[in-house]
Design a protein around this ligand. Structure first.
Ligand code: ARG
Length: 468
């Protein structure tokens, strides 16, 4: 017969739940991941209980010792998780109480409802720090690849049609900007996650004189001025999962950014574009076609964005009909959150690794960017400088493009005489419009893909990223 657990639901229930009910309701199979934060939270709570006289010094010491041992055993993979104990909180507390009788006092003034909220917030704080670090690495990989190929030009595309020439590095830096906003969003999410809910009890706090500030301080729930940050409404505190939604939402947007980058990479390494070459170690072959080299990592990053977006939808749907306050539905938050964090973290890491093993095919880039049609707008700007209103200049250049098409000639091979026939504003100086190097030097406004701007932007990002 099974020994009755010291943390069973005791009194009220004669027998444990039916086997299938237990299997359906358990969360230990996934929430074991919260063990470290659960133990840290318990240590802080116990320290506080001693400080307000609800535990003796020796009781506290015995709890600390047993929790330390348990942590070591979990770390070493020796701890036996028991599914009949439902979740990580009950597993650890049961084992604690088996080892130290004072463990039975640990749940004083605490409920699993505020405990799980605490654990999840602590877990997420750490996860955000790790993820932001990985995003910085990806930014650095993009900046490095750009700097190594700072002269490479490619066509910029709109509607996936060649539009205007841009530096390859300028294209990469567009993603660095997106990723920077992602980091900002995660940092922002961190600040709302970094609020301590412990002391809220099951729903309505406690009659005991809990020192919430002490617990918050011990667990690092403080602001920039070292002030403790505490939830201010017990009912909100035990049922709030806004921080999970915010993380899933910021992750969904990050995943969308990664997916767009992945799509560019897939295009760039196709034979049709052939702008880049990914090292073999970061590609895969085909089981049938011996010649194939596929960008599976980029494709999976693109594909995995689907589950990250799905997780956000699942979280919002999970919360939308919940009456106040804690409902068991909330247990469903964890797998969505864990899966989101795992997926975006591994996608970011693999994307960095792949980019660090990618070479730019300068000659194909040069050939593509050398398409003189890309400078049609520069030709219109030339006429603007000669005093023509832009709308008219656009029309005139349209006529030049049509003439070139009729003669199956590239735009830069239309003679000055022909140009002058179309419009008298054209002079001999028009030739230099098609000098790509000069064209790139002319793009001077902040944020444009001009030569000088690119140097500035690369230097700015290098300095910023190396300072971390
Ligand atoms: N495993 C539960 C969860 O993840 C912990 C909280 C349980 N609370 C309760 N009242 N049954 O939400």
């Amino acid at each position: 017969m099974k020994k009755k657990s010291p943390v069973s639901r005791s009194g009220r229930f004669g027998k444990g739940p039916a086997a299938d009910a237990a299997q359906f309701t358990e969360s230990i199979s996934f929430d074991w991941r919260l063990w470290e934060h659960d133990i840290l939270g318990s240590l802080a709570h116990a320290t506080m209980l001693q400080s307000i006289g609800l535990l003796t010094k020796s009781e506290l010491a015995s709890i600390q010792k047993a929790l330390d041992q348990i942590a070591e055993e979990i770390c070493a993979g020796k701890f036996k998780w028991d599914a009949s104990l439902e979740d990580v909180h009950m597993n650890i507390e049961a084992e604690l109480t088996r080892r130290a009788s004072a463990g039975a006092k640990l749940h004083t003034g605490r409920s699993r409802n505020d405990q799980v909220a605490l654990d999840l917030r602590m877990w997420l704080r750490d996860e955000i720090v790790v993820l932001n670090r990985a995003i910085r690495e990806l930014q650095l990989a993009l900046v490095t690849l750009g700097s190594k190929n700072r002269d490479a030009l490619i066509p910029g595309y709109t509607h996936l049609q060649r539009a205007q020439p841009v530096y390859f590095a300028h294209h990469l830096l567009a993603y660095v900007e997106m990723l920077e906003r992602d980091c900002e969003r995660f940092t922002d999410c961190f600040s709302r996650t970094n609020v301590c809910p412990l002391g809220s009890g099951a729903i309505a706090g406690s009659t005991l004189p809990l020192d919430r500030e002490l617990v918050a301080r011990l667990l690092g729930f403080v602001d920039g001025k070292d002030q403790a940050r505490l939830t201010q409404n017990s009912m909100d505190a035990v049922s709030d999962r806004d921080y999970v939604v915010e993380f899933c939402s910021s992750s969904a947007l990050l995943a969308v950014h990664l997916s767009r980058l992945a799509e560019d990479i897939v295009l760039w390494c196709s034979a049709e574009f052939s702008f880049i070459k990914i090292a073999d170690a970061y590609t895969t072959g085909s089981s049938l076609m011996p010649q194939k080299k596929n960008p599976d990592i980029a494709e999976l990053v693109r594909g995995k964005s689907g589950r990250v977006i799905g997780n956000l939808m699942a979280m919002l749907t999970l919360l939308k009909g919940l009456p106040m306050t804690y409902n068991r539905d909330l247990q469903e938050d964890k797998e969505r959150l864990f899966d989101t964090a795992n997926t975006v973290h591994s996608s970011v890491r693999l994307m960095s690794a792949m980019l660090n093993n990618t070479a730019v095919n300068q000659s194909t880039c040069e050939k593509a960017a050398g398409d003189p049609g890309l400078l049609a707008t520069d030709l219109a700007d030339y006429l603007v400088v000669k005093g023509m209103p832009f709308r008219q200049a656009h029309h005139v250049v349209g006529a030049v493009v049509a003439a070139a098409e009729r003669e199956s000639k590239p735009l830069n091979e239309i003679t000055v005489a022909q140009l002058q026939k179309i419009d008298t504003h054209f002079g001999n100086d028009v030739r230099e419009i098609f000098d790509l190097k000069r064209a790139m030097a002319r793009r001077k406004a902040i944020g444009s893909p001009g030569t000088e701007q690119l140097s500035r932007q690369l230097a700015r990002w290098q300095k910023f990223l190396q300072a971390r």
